[in-house]
Design a protein around this ligand. Structure first.
Ligand code: CP
Length: 307
C-alpha cells in the first residue's frame, strides 16, 4: 500500500480503516518505536490542534508528544473552560478556528457523533480522541498493536473484555476493531446491567466475529490470551447505578494463577479499584506497556494522516 493512502483522511471510528491500512499503521508504529525518545523531523512545520472537551492524561499527552517528536508543534486546550465554549461558542465554530490554524485536529467530546460533525466542518484531518460511549479509535489502534506485539498477530487470539461494557468506549471500540481479524474468540464479561450495546453486537454479528456474553470471569480467565479490564464509568451513570456496579469484578493476583502462562492483562487506564497494585507485580500485567505503545502508534497515525 502506498504510504499516502491515508493522507488527509479523518479517523473517526476504527472501522474507517481497512485491515491493510491497519497493518501499514502497525508497521510504521514499529519503525516509530526507534524514535520515541530521539524524534524525527517527518512533520516539521506542521501544527496539531488538540481540543479536549473531556479530561485526559494518556490520549492528549501522547498525541502532543507524538507531534513534538515528529518535529511539529502543538496548540489547543485541555479544558474547555479555558476556551470560548464557556461564552456559548458552538463546537462547529471552535473546530472552524482550529481548522484554519493547524494541519490536523484531535478532538475529545462527551457527545457521540461530535468527531463526525467536526469532520464535516473541517478541511484538515479530524482524529477522534474519544466521543460518547462507542468510539475511541486511537485507543483501539494501541490495544490491537499491543496484542500483535505480544502474540505476533491478532488473528486466532482469544480475548476477554471485562467490566462496564455498556458505557466504556474503549471496550465498544475494541469490539469493532476485532472485526478486522480472523478466528478471534471474544468473551464479553459483565454484569447484566453493563452489557455491550446492541448496536455494537449487531456490527460484530454482521462481521461474523464470534462472541460469548457471560458474567463468570473465573471460568473465562484460563481460556484467554488477553484479559482486557475496564473501569465502571462513574461519569456516565447515576450515583445509584455506580454504587450497584462498582467493584463488579476485581482481578486479583490469586485469580490469575489459573491463567495461561503468557496471558496478558490489559486496561485502557485509568484504573480505579478493578486491578489492585499486587497485579502489577505478576508476569501478566501489560497495561503500562500498552499505554506506552500509544506514543509510537500515534506518531504512526499522524505521520500517515497529516499532509
Ligand atoms: N485510555 C485513555 O483514553 O486515557 P485518557 O482518558 O487518560 O486519555
Amino acid at each position: 500500500m502506498p504510504k499516502d493512502a491515508l493522507k488527509g483522511r479523518d479517523f473517526i471510528a476504527i472501522t474507517d480503516v481497512s485491515r491493510r491500512e491497519l497493518e501499514a499503521l502497525f508497521e510504521t508504529a514499529d519503525y516509530m518505536q526507534k524514535h520515541v525518545k530521539g524524534g524525527t523531523d517527518a512533520l516539521k512545520g506542521r501544527i496539531l490542534c488538540t481540543l479536549f472537551f473531556e479530561p485526559s492524561t494518556r490520549t492528549r499527552l501522547s498525541f502532543e508528544t507524538a507531534m513534538l517528536r515528529l518535529g511539529g508543534g502543538v496548540t489547543g486546550f485541555a479544558d474547555p473552560s479555558a476556551s470560548r465554549t464557556v461564552t456559548g461558542e458552538s463546537l462547529a465554530d471552535t473546530v472552524r478556528m482550529a481548522d484554519s490554524y493547524g494541519n490536523a485536529i484531535v478532538l475529545r467530546h462527551r457527545i457521540e457523533g461530535a468527531a463526525r460533525l467536526a469532520s464535516q466542518v473541517a478541511q484538515v484531518p479530524i482524529i477522534n480522541a474519544g466521543d460518547g460511549t462507542q468510539h475511541h479509535p486511537t485507543q483501539t489502534l494501541t490495544d490491537l498493536y499491543t496484542i500483535r506485539k505480544e502474540f505476533g498477530t491478532v488473528d486466532g487470539t482469544s480475548i476477554a473484555i471485562l467490566g462496564d461494557l455498556k458505557h466504556t468506549r474503549s471496550a465498544s471500540s475494541l469490539c469493532l476493531g476485532l472485526t478486522h481479524f480472523k478466528d478471534v474468540s471474544l468473551f464479553l464479561v459483565s454484569p447484566e446491567q453493563l452489557r455491550t450495546k446492541d448496536e455494537v453486537k449487531d456490527l460484530m454479528k454482521a462481521a461474523r466475529l464470534n462472541f460469548v456474553e457471560t458474567d463468570d470471569v473465573e471460568k473465562v480467565i484460563p481460556q484467554v490470551d488477553a484479559l482486557y479490564v475496564t473501569r465502571v464509568q462513574k461519569e456516565r451513570i447515576t450515583p445509584e447505578e455506580y454504587e450497584k456496579a462498582r467493584g463488579s469484578y476485581i482481578i486479583t493476583a490469586k485469580m490469575l494463577k489459573r491463567a495461561k502462562d503468557k496471558m496478558i492483562v490489559m486496561h485502557h487506564l485509568p484504573r480505579i479499584e478493578e486491578i489492585p497494585l499486587e497485579v502489577d507485580y505478576t508476569r501478566h500485567a501489560r497495561y503500562f506497556e500498552q499505554a506506552a505503545n500509544g506514543l509510537p502508534v500515534r506518531m504512526s497515525l499522524l505521520s500517515h494522516l497529516v499532509e
